[in-house]
Design a protein around this ligand. Structure first.
Ligand code: TXA
Ligand code: MG
Length: 333
């Protein structure tokens, strides 16, 4: 199969929507990362997504909508706090988990009795989903275990020959996947940190349940190997002198014949002397936006060890930490 990157013109959106209605799968941009979509009500098409990604079938997919009215097509009930949440953050970089209606197939939910629902704010995503006329089941459009794609080229790199169309919306603005919030427990809780910070969510709907890390994976998907470039990743905790530790590690690995690179904020580059760095931007939001791209860039430049700077856990920091802890298989320095 030939894989084509196409511009999101009216005509191309129609072609892609038709492909989806005919049981096909299409990659599309969102403000978080690129998604790989199929009709959520077409189990055969949904199975194609799992095959194309090489994804374990017990890892459920998020169902994407283009209008808040579609929530009641999918969810058996919407608790009050979910209502408030939805009005405040949707469309946007959040996903809510609710009890599902029987019409949502088990193939989409991995056999769970809940469904994850998200309404992207990216205009191309929104138009594409609306044009399809059905809710769209979509995971991130990477091969399973790889960093999520934030450009059409990254999708092509992972899925060439496995899908027909990639709608090109340029680089994703946020760069981290959506924050997944579970509304099926007595008090809502975050299952995956992401594009909207926990503080902002708590401001809108009150205290969230604390999530104890290290226990059973909450999002079924989080138990799998994730976000991994080919290079090995070391992740530094955030503290005042972290650059000293990073430099120590860098020099020791370089002396043993490795080819390391440091992921750091622009303003901190000089702390690393003449060592190889990838500049992730000026702010923590830039770091989020460029994180997956930088992991892929390190591979393309044939570095075999990535040492990533830590950040504080506020705002998008929690999402960055979560992704890097996973990418490093918890190798924290
Ligand atoms: O920003 C995003 O969320 C992107 C874009 C494409 O929308 N999508 C995305 O999908 O990141 P994916 O499949 O890569 O990650 C979805 C996560 C997985 O960890 C999955 O286990 C979890 O959401 N999930 C899906 N349905 C769930 C459910 N019913 N209950 C709990 N977790 C669920
Ligand atoms: Mg993913």
């Amino acid at each position: 199969m030939d894989t084509r990157i196409i511009k999101p013109t009216e005509e191309n959106l129609r072609i892609c929507a038709e492909a989806v209605r005919g049981g096909g799968i299409v990659a599309f941009p969102t403000e978080t990362v690129y998604g790989l979509g199929a009709s959520a009500f077409d189990e055969k098409a949904v199975k194609k997504i799992y095959r194309a990604k090489g994804r374990p079938s017990d890892n459920p997919l998020i169902v994407h909508i283009s209008s808040l009215d579609q929530v009641k097509e999918l969810a058996a009930s919407v608790p009050f706090k979910a209502h408030v949440f939805m009005k405040k953050f949707m469309p946007g970089a959040v996903t809510m988990v609710l009890k599902k209606k029987p019409c949502v197939p088990d193939t989409v939910t991995g056999g769970l009795d809940t469904v994850a629902i998200r309404m992207p704010s990216h205009p191309v995503a929104n138009k594409f989903i609306a044009e399809c006329g059905v809710p769209i089941a979509a995971p991130s459009a990477n091969r399973s275990s790889r960093p999520s794609p934030t450009t059409a080229k990254h999708v092509l790199h992972d899925l060439r020959g496995r899908i027909e169309y990639i709608l090109d919306g340029g680089q994703c603005d946020i760069g981290l996947e959506s924050t997944v919030v579970d509304f099926t427990t007595a008090r809502p809780r975050i299952l995956r940190s992401g594009g909207v910070g926990a503080e902002e969510i708590e401001k809108a709907i009150g205290k969230l349940d604390a999530v104890i890390s290290g226990g059973k994976a909450l999002c079924p998907g989080m138990k799998y190997k994730h976000y991994s470039p080919r290079a090995e990743v070391l992740f530094s905790a955030y503290y005042a002198n972290m650059s000293d530790t990073i430099n120590d590690y860098y020099d020791r690995y370089a002396a043993s014949g490795r080819n390391p690179v440091i992921l750091c904020l622009s303003g901190r580059k000089e702390l690393y002397g003449g060592r190889n760095v990838i500049d992730v931007g000026e702010s923590v939001d830039d770091y989020a936006k460029n994180l997956f791209l930088s992991l892929r860039l390190a591979d393309a430049k044939k570095y075999d060890l990535i040492i990533a700077e830590g950040v504080t856990s506020d705002g998008l920091g929690a999402g960055i930490i979560n992704r890097l802890v996973k990418a490093s298989a918890e190798h924290i320095i």
